[in-house]
Write a protein that binds this ligand. Structure first.
Ligand code: FES
Length: 169
């Protein structure tokens, strides 16, 4: 027996599996895999649901300064976050001269929305959702509800926001 044949024989003794057997997945292994994956998904969904119910909402309390009137031209916007919160907001200076402030997260799948100057529309680029910039109401697309809104008010030349009295959340 040549040295090469001898090596092959020894290798077969050490690894007594046939190639086909080693790549086969048994029903039992497949069932174990499916159980593990579904279990992981179930636990993940449970954690997300628990977080939504157990952690308090980041409600806006009190009034908050955003910027000076001169900092936001007509048709312009300013993004801001209220101290102690992580929710992004957008302040819009409408062409009518009014100010509006909304959460900058689309109510569909939370993409960032932006104001289209001169249109009166706040747009979501992810699935072409549109909101009325004056009211926050849905105009088109898949968003299920209006953009959450803050009340905007002025003190002299300074712009402030606070929670809307009748705000749902
Ligand atoms: S995330 Fe805004 S329309 Fe889908």
């Amino acid at each position: 027996m040549s040295k090469e044949d001898n090596l092959k024989e020894n290798w077969k003794k050490d690894f007594p599996y046939k190639k086909q057997e080693s790549t086969q997945v048994s029903r039992r292994d497949f069932a174990k895999f499916l159980t593990l994956v579904s279990g992981g998904l179930m636990v993940g969904s449970g954690l997300v649901a628990a977080k939504a119910y157990l952690l308090p909402n980041e409600g806006v309390i009190g009034e908050h300064f955003v910027c000076d009137v001169k900092d936001i031209p007509i048709g312009g916007t300013k993004g801001f976050v209220i101290e102690g919160s992580t929710i992004p907001y957008i302040l819009v200076h409408l062409e009518s001269g009014m100010f509006r402030a909304y959460e900058q997260k689309c109510t569909h799948l939370s993409c960032a929305v932006y104001y289209k100057p001169g249109t009166g529309i706040i747009h979501c680029p992810c699935h072409d959702g549109s909101f009325d910039a004056l009211t926050g109401d849905v105009i088109a697309g898949p968003p299920p509800r209006a953009l959450p809104q803050l009340e905007v008010f002025l003190k002299g030349e300074k712009i402030f926001v606070r929670a809307l009295e009748n705000r749902e959340s």
